[in-house]
Design a protein around this ligand. Structure first.
Ligand code: NAI
Length: 328
């Protein structure tokens, strides 16, 4: 099958070329939207990533060009208008799990860096500054950590935190029995927020979870708490979080995802003027750490993404039942 791959980077080409034997891949730098959808002309499928926006207008354009399959090379599908895709009869497949450990371990990296300030120590020591002033942190051992969403990634994260000797609290619409057996305590969102020193978000972005962290829920959190988001930017109301940081109520923020990330993340914007006041404000806080959606970015995950995506496309072409189909 001939497939147009949107938003590709060098690592996409490297890993897909390594595992592709059956398909003709057209690699495109451009993100997919209504303006770029015509680039898919002459192909039967498109392959997209987290920040490609597939709203009704884009889907209609793809339909006009004869696209029958959208292969997501990621897990989350909040960027697709599922109802419109269903009406047009376009099939959507995804990679439900590639390496939950990659994202969970990145969340831990954000916590440890914010807490022990190794990023600051690295820069200081390179300049011959061996002072410890303002590098103080806290023992994670014995602290209360709240996990919101205990699916594949949340489970892996909760187990790491148990290994650190933390008390682990959880909020999910479906409690995880194995985690409960290991001592993870399920409770209401409000109780979790009020009792946790560190809160990590691992639920999907949908109508129920959009702006889950807002002025009201932030006010319930302990003064000085740490908030980590490796899930989706839209879980957090950015303006409210900035206010909580300015007031000193929120003690630390570590984010791998950002509400307005699609025009910034994955691109080198150094040397350009960044037309986004919120991200510039966030960068200015000494207790905020941002990474640009790199939670998934391990060799193991990239291999799994390539193998599963190519398998999804091959199954669709062969008319086989689709294990990883996304339904509305
Ligand atoms: P999953 O589907 O295994 O787990 C999600 C969990 O959230 C489930 O247990 C579900 O019951 C729970 N949940 C759903 N709605 C909820 C609600 N309203 N309140 C509380 N919990 C709710 O998903 P997985 O694989 O653990 O991924 C989680 C999220 O991580 C994805 O949706 C995606 O947005 C994000 N992600 C980020 C990556 C990165 O590179 N930073 C890479 C991969 C995923």
């Amino acid at each position: 099958m001939r497939i147009a791959f949107f938003s590709t980077q060098s690592y996409d080409r490297q890993f897909f070329n390594r595992f592709n034997t059956l398909h003709e891949i057209v690699y495109l730098d451009a993100p997919l939207n209504a303006q770029t959808a015509a680039l898919a002309a002459g192909t039967a499928a498109v392959c997209v990533f987290v920040n490609d926006k597939l709203q009704a207008d884009t889907l209609e354009m793809l339909n006009l060009h004869g696209i029958r399959l959208i292969a997501l090379r990621c897990a989350g599908y909040n960027n697709i208008d599922l109802e419109s895709a269903q009406k047009l009869g376009i099939t959507i497949v995804r990679v439900p799990a590639y390496s939950p450990h990659a994202v969970a371990e990145h969340a831990v990296a954000l916590i440890m860096t914010l807490n022990r300030k190794t990023h600051k120590a690295y820069n200081r020591i390179r300049e011959g500054n061996f002072s410890l002033e303002k590098l103080d942190g806290f023992d994670l051992y014995g602290k209360t950590v709240g996990v919101i969403g205990t699916g594949r990634i949340g489970e892996s994260f909760a187990k790491i935190m148990l290994g650190f000797g933390c008390r682990v609290l959880a909020f999910d619409i479906i409690p995880h029995k194995d985690l409960q057996a290991r001592g993870v305590e399920y409770m209401s969102l409000i109780n979790l927020l009020s009792e946790s020193k560190v809160i990590s978000l691992h639920c999907p972005l949908n109508d129920q979870t959009h702006h889950l962290i807002n002025a009201e829920t932030l006010s319930v959190m302990q003064r000085g708490a740490m908030l980590i988001n490796t899930s989706r930017g839209g879980l957090i109301n950015t303006a409210d979080v900035i206010e909580a940081l300015k007031k000193g109520h929120l003690g630390y923020l570590g984010i791998d995802v950002y509400e307005q990330e699609e025009n910034l993340f994955f691109y080198d914007r150094s040397g350009e003027l960044i037309d986004d006041d919120d991200i510039l404000r966030l960068i200015s806080f000494p207790n905020v750490l941002l990474t640009s959606h790199q939670g998934f970015f391990t060799e193991e995950a990239l291999i799994q993404i390539a193998i599963t995506t190519l398998g999804n496309i091959t199954d669709f072409e062969a008319g086989k039942p689709l294990e990883n189909v996304v339904s509305g």
